[in-house]
Design a binder for this molecule. Structure first.
Ligand SMILES: Cc1ncc(COP(=O)(O)O)c(C=O)c1O
Length: 388
């Protein structure tokens, strides 16, 4: 019997090593990993340059505290501000912690309580971020929720206008709802959200925990649209698998996070930062990012072509290397079927198969994954029809 709380429906795979896009389990079976720890290992498993930086930092020191001047924090903060166009960084350990910081900062800086988010959003599992999440199933049994969170249908401007008022501290959203089903915000809508927020004296918080760090072909996905957010949260891919989260915000917000107002013992740990520095150096590079876009287009076109005759496939969606296959039936059965054939993938929402390969995935790996997926989907669909 497991000694762990059963919070996860775990797969029957025990990893023993992983490198690049490949993961080997205890039985010796090799899998092509298009989950990358859920958009975390963006340079693949155990990238050599990150490993070396981590090893070097381990030789120096691991942890002091945030009472010290940590040079690596300044260096990584500069990478994040340069890439985002924002000014100041606070380091946390995870996506939920980064979003907590964003919510706290927005409330304190505006002196207003209300945070508006969108239906099917996902912002984390802490009390603040669970309250911010627009999905009932995440909250079941944990009530009462924190007050003053309100949810509006995504891409519905009229509903948003009705919700925004003088109590609104911030409007918070993902550019593409990762957990909720790879639902993209319409660029025109998101620009109007920003206008509405700023006209009302409210802040814009963009949750880039899943879409950020090059995943969509830009350092941050809001840059495809030309938004001007006040706070951006980041985590997941930021340190190639070592725990780190961050918010990046405008300098006008500095006063609200004065000494003693917020903190974290482990936030901005030097070992994670050593990993982040090399990770960001590699990913925040125009050529690298253009390559992500090209690879994404290649994978999407293979899927579009291969699945064009399957009526159960509604559409191929996403951006860069965050790709979804939206089905008009549940996506869950396709995950173990692809795994059987050596490909690791995820679901998003109920009906979408989600692909999150490493950003440096090779062309032959993309071809191999697409072939497995097309075969898996065709087999499943034909089997179902044959059984009818
Ligand atoms: C958009 C988004 N925000 C926040 C989170 C929470 O991040 P973490 O699990 O690191 O707390 C996630 C995790 O999936 C996410 O996708």
């Amino acid at each position: 019997m497991s000694s762990l709380f059963p919070t996860y429906a775990r797969w029957d795979i025990t990893p023993i090593k992983a490198k690049g896009a490949w993961l080997t389990d205890k039985s010796g079976k090799k899998y092509l990993d298009f989950t990358t720890g859920i958009s975390v290992c963006n340079l693949g498993h155990v990238p050599d340059n990150v490993k070396q930086a981590v090893n070097e930092q381990l030789e120096k020191f691991w942890h002091t505290s945030n009472l010290f001047q940590i040079e690596l924090q300044e260096e990584v903060a500069k990478q994040l501000t340069a890439a985002s166009g924002l000014d100041l960084v606070f380091f946390a350990n995870s996506g939920a912690e980064a979003n907590e910081a964003a919510i706290k900062l927005a409330r304190k800086a505006t002196g207003r309580p209300k945070i508006i988010t969108f239906i099917d959003s996902f912002h984390g599992r802490t009390f603040g971020t669970m309250a911010a999440t627009g999905q009932e199933k995440i909250k079941t049994g944990f009530g009462p929720m924190l007050e003053k969170f309100e949810y509006v249908p995504f891409n519905d401007l009229e509903a948003l206008k009705a919700a925004v008022d003088e109590e609104t501290a911030a409007i918070m959203f993902e550019i593409i709802q990762g957990e909720g089903g790879l639902n993209a915000g319409d660029p025109e809508f998101l620009l109007q959200v920003e206008q509405l927020a700023h006209d009302n004296g409210s802040l814009v918080i963009v949750d880039e925990v899943q879409t950020g760090i090059g995943r969509t072909g830009k350092p941050f996905a809001f840059q495809h649209i030309g938004l001007n957010p006040d706070i951006v949260s980041s985590a997941k891919g930021i340190a190639s698998g070592l725990p780190l989260g961050a918010i990046i915000g405008k300098k006008e917000l500095a006063e609200a996070f004065s000494p003693g107002s917020h903190g974290s013992t482990f936030g901005g740990n030097p070992v994670s930062l050593a990993a982040a520095k090399v990770t960001l150096d590699t990913i925040f590079d125009n050529e690298f990012l253009e390559d992500v876009t090209k690879k994404g287009e290649h994978l999407s076109s293979l899927l579009t072509e291969g699945l064009s005759s399957i009526p159960q496939v509604k559409k191929i969606k996403g951006k860069g290397l965050m790709i979804g296959i939206e089905m008009n039936e549940e996506a869950a059965p396709f995950i173990p079927a692809a795994r059987e054939k050596g490909l690791l993938i995820l679901t998003a929402g109920t009906n979408t198969i989600r692909l999150l390969p490493p950003l440096n995935v090779r062309e032959e790996e993309i071809n191999q994954a697409a072939a497995i997926l097309v075969e898996t989907i065709k087999e499943h669909v034909y089997e179902k029809t044959a059984g009818q």
